[in-house]
Design a protein around this ligand. Structure first.
Ligand code: ADP
Ligand code: MG
Length: 404
């Protein structure tokens, strides 16, 4: 069963005029030499901020940056404030600390159309601890609460979950988060069949919950990446020196049995690109089952790639997480590229979750041909695992269904 998130209003369903709008954003951008190195996350939330500015709201922006243990000037949001001000072409005030008397004063002095950015929320230890006092202080700044930080929705922190029940006025999501929820819900609810999942990457152990839940939803699961070798090994098939997880073998065997019992086709690679080293100059061979002891499987082979591409082509909807090989190194990129190309070409609804898989489609220049690429790796996987996202759940509880 999937939850109904449609009762959570989007920012454009809430009256913001002249209101103090507390906006939880993900401004956790990489910083180098006191400057924002990659402003992707900042640009992603501009529509939400601009929408509120156009309605003359008083904006209180909030985000974490890195993992500081208490106040740490090297993890200040200052570079973010500067970059965001430039992108918005709008002045931004930055507080010294997320809460407290001085911050309180800045909030009360805010006028329509002004922006205050709270300093790195994790400077206060209560943020990650979901502290109730801190939650109440945040809530006291807000006439309206908007969350547009999907990447942190799987965490129960003061700014993402704890404060929501204490906010006096309406609460909802920004455009980015709205799009993420709509896409993930669509993936699960769209009746198109077959539902195909393509799973790869480094470890089975990272993705157990995901595989379990997808077994109840998908008709086919295509396995690649290092993960494949744990499954092949569990079937007592040769894997040479390929990377596998010894302690996950029993679980892999159980998953294979479950798939069979449910009639889900769980496909493993029929052939492999192997080498004895991971380097751009590595000599590669194609192997079906004649692994030499020193052979490492580093990508799916040409037959597997053709099979997987065909299945993606004929799918009704496709979810992809985890590269098919060590795509960062050219001799082992073909399998991941083929999957990315098949995803781009198919008429199926296509969704990609996971940092490295998203980076791969970007690298191949195919990102704009994918129906949706989730920005929140951990959050999107938690969603598809069927787990409750505390950030979303708090918003759902604050917005009970209307009775007519
Ligand atoms: P995502 O970020 O998309 O969820 P993961 O983080 O699970 O993906 O896995 C990505 C990593 O897995 C990549 O760095 C890739 O090089 C590695 N990988 C893929 N296939 C193999 C393999 N056969 N052997 C070793 N590493 C692999
Ligand atoms: Mg990764």
């Amino acid at each position: 069963m999937t939850m109904d998130w449609s009762q959570i209003p989007a920012i454009n369903q809430i009256d913001l005029t002249g209101k103090r709008v507390f906006m939880r954003l993900d401004l956790n951008a990489p910083i180098k030499d006191g400057k924002v190195k990659d402003d992707t996350r900042l640009r992603a939330v501009l529509p939400t901020i601009n929408y509120a500015l156009a309605r003359n709201a008083r904006l209180i922006l909030a985000s974490h940056l890195g993992r500081p243990k208490g106040v740490d000037p090297s993890q200040s949001l200052e570079p973010v404030a500067a970059k965001l001000a430039e992108l918005l072409n709008h002045e931004i005030k930055l507080s010294d600390y997320p809460v407290g008397d001085a911050t309180q004063k800045l909030v009360s002095e805010l006028r329509n159309n002004e922006i205050l950015l709270l300093e790195n929320l994790r400077f206060d230890k209560g943020e990650s601890k979901n502290d109730e006092e801190l939650s109440k202080q945040f809530a006291s700044y807000a006439d309206v609460y908007i969350n547009d930080a999907f990447g942190t929705a799987h965490r129960a922190h003061a700014s993402t979950a704890g404060m929501i029940p204490f906010v006096q006025g309406p609460s909802g999501v920004g455009f980015l988060m709205h799009k993420e929820i709509a896409a993930l819900t669509h993936l699960l609810n769209d009746p198109a069949r077959p539902f195909v999942a393509v799973l790869g990457g480094a470890k089975v152990s990272d993705k157990i919950g995901l595989i379990q839940n997808l077994l109840g939803q998908c008709q086919s699961i295509l396995i690649g990446g290092a993960m494949a070798y744990t499954f092949l090994k569990a079937l007592d098939l040769p894997v040479g020196a390929s990377r596998f997880e010894e302690d996950q073998l029993p679980l892999a065997a159980t998953l294979l049995k479950k798939a069979e019992a449910r009639g889900v086709k769980l496909l493993l690679p029929e052939d492999h690109v192997v080498a004895t080293e991971i380097s751009a100059e590595a000599k590669t061979r194609i192997v079906t089952d004649k692994f030499q002891p020193e052979d490492m499987g580093l990508d799916i082979g040409p037959r597997t790639l053709a099979t997987y591409s065909e299945i993606i082509h004929n799918a009704g909807k496709v979810f992809w997480n985890g590269p098919m090989g060590v795509f960062e190194v050219a001799p082992f990129a073909a399998g991941t590229r083929a999957v990315a190309e098949a995803m781009a070409k198919t008429n199926a609804y296509t969704l990609i979750g996971g940092g490295d898989s998203a980076a791969a489609v970007e690298q191949f220049g195919l990102a704009d041909k994918i129906s949706h690429i989730s920005t929140g790796g951990g959050a999107s996987l938690t969603f598809l695992e069927g787990e409750v996202l505390p950030g979303l759940e708090a918003l759902r509880l604050a917005n009970p269904p209307k009775k007519d």
